[in-house]
Design a protein around this ligand. Structure first.
Ligand code: ATP
Length: 311
């Protein structure tokens, strides 16, 4: 093994849940203005990058079969964008250990984009500033900048213009993973169809929800959770209503569709209560699996860097 083959960077990057997703009317460019309150949750993908002769992606994990391994993978797009900006070859092996549900409304692809960007920046010793990395993230997709910074943030514009938010304490969540995914563009199209005959108000963050995050008050947060895409996700996947009902019946403080779905999110009053909700959801047969996780979680983080140098 040559020294360059020993060089390796491993980055851990979290999933997200939207505690508020306010959606405005479709803009002329087809995008929607959003007021999107993101919370990073402690479910992680790990991205490991090593020098290689060409750009190569591999993926492991229960949903690995649904992840594209070509240049459309957001991790590949991140490496290509960074290499292009610095005029270097994007020769890197990117391995994704995938624990975030695919097409589940938890920004798993965005997480991999942000993770690969940070990992390649370290592997190639580029020392990009946070602002430079955030600019590339915004080009890759609306949710990618948040995956880099983690914690809690308000996203405006398409969701990519971020203002970090103060939070206190830790919120226990349960995520019910559904069989199969939902395509985010399809869910937005269904939102447009469902709202076609009513005025859609401009999206705005809810001050009571921001207060609940700041004070770490799970009951107050539960009372203010909202997702304007939920009716569209339920319209496309009516069975999600049974999952929401099962989680509420098991004592969740609140239940909602995560982002564009079909993952559903349940806020619990304690870690013990979260375990009980997860067990009840599994027993209900209304989801494929149920995962417990805490928020907020740290954004993309280098957890291992061995060897030196660039390719
Ligand atoms: P969001 O919450 O940001 O709307 P999502 O969690 O619903 O996204 P993703 O898991 O990001 O959905 O995947 C959406 C699609 O993106 C997948 O079906 C897949 O075709 C594509 N994709 C590209 N790169 C990746 C990646 N690294 N991991 C998973 N999917 C990817």
């Amino acid at each position: 093994m040559t020294p360059s083959e020993r060089t390796r960077v491993r980055v851990r990057v979290p999933a997200k849940v939207n505690v508020q997703l306010a959606v405005g009317a479709a803009r002329p460019d087809g995008f929607h203005d959003l007021a999107n309150v993101f919370l990073a949750v402690g479910l992680y993908d790990e991205i490991t990058v090593t020098p290689a002769d060409t750009l190569r992606i591999t993926c492991e994990g229960p949903d690995a079969g649904q992840v594209p391994l070509d240049a459309t993978n957001l991790a590949a797009r991140a490496a290509l964008a960074l290499a292009r900006r610095h005029g270097i070859d994007p020769h890197v092996h990117i391995h994704i250990a995938k624990d975030i549900p695919v097409a589940g409304g938890m920004a798993g692809g965005s997480a991999d984009g942000a993770g690969a960007l940070l990992a390649c920046d370290a592997l190639w010793s580029l020392n990009s500033s946070r602002d430079e990395l955030l600019a590339i993230c915004a080009e890759l997709g609306s949710d990618v900048p948040f995956s880099l910074i983690g914690g809690a943030a308000l996203g405006t514009g398409r969701g990519e213009q971020l203002t970090p938010l103060d939070t206190d304490g830790a919120f226990p969540w349960v995520f019910a993973v559904a069989d199969g995914g939902l395509s985010t563009p399809t869910v937005f199209r269904e939102f447009d169809r469902l709202t076609a005959h009513a005025p859609v108000p401009p999206p705005a963050a809810d001050p009571a929800l921001l207060d609940a995050l700041r004070t770490g008050d799970a009951t107050a947060l539960a009372a203010t959770l909202s997702n304007d895409l939920q009716p569209a996700a339920l319209s496309l996947r009516p069975s999600l209503a049974d999952t929401l009902t099962a989680g509420r019946a098991a004592g969740a403080l609140a239940a909602l569709v995560s982002g564009s779905g079909p993952t559903t999110a349940f806020l619990a009053k304690s870690p013990e209560a979260a375990d009980e909700v997860a067990e009840a959801l599994l027993a209900s047969g209304t989801c494929r699996t149920a995962r417990v996780a805490t928020s907020p979680a740290e954004g993309a983080t280098v957890v291992e860097h061995t060897g030196q140098g660039r390719n």
